[in-house]
Ligand binder design. Structure first.
Ligand SMILES: Nc1ncnc2c1ncn2[C@@H]1O[C@H](COP(=O)(O)OP(=O)(O)O)[C@@H](O)[C@H]1O
Ligand SMILES: [Mg+2]
Length: 142
């Protein structure tokens, strides 16, 4: 699916994705700084009825939220990650092995090899559109 989306349409796309995810799913978000990755996670979490505040975990690498129905969400941002061994401490491998919770990764393609063995991956790409700061080209591949 490839679509030009206003902010409202980005919200609608996030809502559609929210209906298709559960424990064991992984969402990899890619696109330049400011292209809408964190915004998408906010919309997605809002559709999933997360009450926690959703913010980019850029310095701490991972934030954890929970939906009102008890689905755990692990929100990663790999932008400042230089050594994937740090993910051991943060617990990514344990999370992947458990198949519990929804894993969302901003800049997921920076260390795409971490996910080669995983199924249930949704890849989402965000691109700016020239001359319109309120539109994004969004591609969702699963
Ligand atoms: N159509 C759109 N879709 C998503 N975000 C948009 C759109 N139009 C404007 N924006 C704005 O772009 C910004 C994207 O920032 P953010 O989500 O933090 O980017 P990233 O996490 O990719 O660095 C937000 O302020 C958001 O409101
Ligand atoms: Mg971000």
């Amino acid at each position: 699916m490839l679509k030009r989306a206003t902010l409202k349409e980005t919200q609608e796309l996030a809502h559609e994705v929210s209906l298709q995810v559960n424990d064991g799913n992984i969402i990899l978000l890619n696109g330049e700084m400011g292209s809408g990755k964190t915004q998408f996670v906010r919309f997605l979490c809002s559709s999933l009825k997360v009450k926690d505040r959703v913010s980019s975990p850029s310095f701490i690498i991972m934030n954890k939220y929970e939906t009102s129905e008890g689905l755990e969400i692990f929100h990663f941002d790999f932008y400042r990650l230089t050594d994937i061994r740090d993910l051991e401490e943060i617990g990514l491998f344990e999370i992947l092995e458990s198949k519990k919770g929804l894993v969302i990764v901003e800049w997921g393609n920076m260390f795409k090899s971490l996910f080669v063995k995983e199924k249930n991956i949704i890849d989402i790409y965000f691109n700016f559109i020239e001359d319109n700061i309120n539109l994004r080209e969004i591609s969702i591949q699963r």
